[in-house]
Design a protein around this ligand. Structure first.
Ligand SMILES: *Cc1c(COP(=O)(O)O)cnc(C)c1O
Length: 359
């Protein structure tokens, strides 16, 4: 198998790197090293661990014009015994290749994806933060680097992993959701289930509106009837209805979240019923007004789980949840964080140990 080539100047950079700021924030600091791999002539050529630095791209590089780009987001945790672990990275490896296929980009063999993430994590071991809720956020991504304005799939690509020592994203604060009834994020047959920048680009106009209205997150509905709940721009959605967890069933317009899957697994292991089904936003608002939906939350790698305080509709009416920091949301959040941080036993295969490399 291909190995990641370690450059001594990268090792020097990471040895000298320290952060003194106790407020890590999210994505505020980046590790001084990165993994970089080149795809050309139909195969992955080499994988290098290099100092972090700017990319030099020809102005006609295809990604800049046609958006052939995919990414992942995953976390590395330090346990009380100082060992470090990635959380369910095989799921990210599989999803990265799902995104690659949809975007006409080359897949990366799962073992190479994992090896690259592990090498990055191993050399970042001293900057994986310690406090509960903190982690090293890994951002693997791929771009089309072939030069030319012709519209066709590129033949050259760059795969990169950068990392950011991060605190907790929303710090468990509850979020206000704006229901987007006009614009859509994606449509059936489109790229909604791929983690590609274009989906985020499509969400940003509505994000501006959401913030202007004093909300935090945009809720997307289906593209055909503008009726059924899909997800947030970067997080999946759950509601607690009559004591059961309800989440939209996966389709090709919903991103298959690792956190979503983990919440479902944890809930079932704690004998909480989970229903994956279509749910319309009008049904949800009615259930809230009848007191049958008492809490709701969003979930994703960055924020883990954030409870929803309220929904704002197109007519600016506000629908408040009875429990803005609901019992089940907080129970799921605490359990998931405890598993990730090694404070409680993890289900089989959820924690991927990072080998300790001396350097
Ligand atoms: C990444 C992402 C999520 C959350 O997925 P996780 O694997 O839980 O981080 C949800 N929705 C969209 C659109 C995303 O890009």
């Amino acid at each position: 198998m291909k190995k990641v080539e370690i450059h001594p100047d990268a090792v020097e950079k990471v040895k000298k790197f320290t952060i003194t700021d106790p407020q890590l924030g999210f994505g505020k600091y980046v590790a001084p090293i990165m993994v970089q791999a080149l795809y050309d002539h139909g195969d992955w050529q080499r994988f290098d661990l290099l100092p972090y630095g700017p990319l030099q791209l020809d102005p006609c590089t295809k990604v800049l014009h046609y958006g052939q780009e995919i990414f992942e987001g995953m976390k590395v945790f330090r346990h009380p015994d100082e060992r470090i672990f990635m959380f369910r990275p095989e799921m990210n490896a599989r999803r990265f290749n799902h995104s690659a296929r949809r975007m006409a980009m080359p897949e990366i063999p799962e073992d190479l994806f994992l090896e690259s993430c592990e090498t990055m994590s191993a050399y970042c071991k001293n900057i994986v933060p310690r406090r509960l809720g903190e982690s090293l956020y890994l951002r693997p991504f791929m771009i089309a680097t072939e030069v030319g304005l012709g519209i066709k799939p590129a033949k050259q690509f760059l795969f990169i992993i950068v990392a950011s020592p991060s605190g907790s994203y929303f710090a468990g604060d509850s979020v206000k959701v704006y229901i987007e009834r006009d614009e859509i994020r994606c449509a059936p047959g489109g790229v909604g289930s791929a983690k590609t920048g274009g989906n985020y680009a499509a969400s940003l106009n509505s994000y501006t509106k959401t913030i202007k209205l004093g909300c935090d997150q945009t809720m997307w509905l289906d593209s055909q009837e503008h009726k059924y709940i899909e997800e947030m721009s970067g997080m999946n959605f759950f509601a607690v209805i009559n004591g059961k967890l309800v989440t939209p069933s996966l389709t090709d317009t919903i991103l298959d979240g690792v956190t979503r899957k983990s919440v479902i697994d944890i809930a079932r292991s704690e004998n909480i019923q989970v229903e994956e089904r279509k749910i319309s936003v009008d049904e949800l608002l009615k259930l809230i007004s009848e007191g049958k939906c008492t809490e709701a939350f969003v979930c994703g790698t960055a924020a883990v789980i954030a409870p929803i305080a309220s929904f704002m509709d197109k007519d600016l009416s506000v629908h408040r949840l009875k429990e803005p920091a609901g019992k089940i949301a907080m129970q799921m959040r605490e359990k998931l964080i405890a598993i990730q941080a090694g404070r409680t036993e993890a289900p089989e295969g959820w924690l991927y140990p990072i080998k300790d490399i001396k350097f």
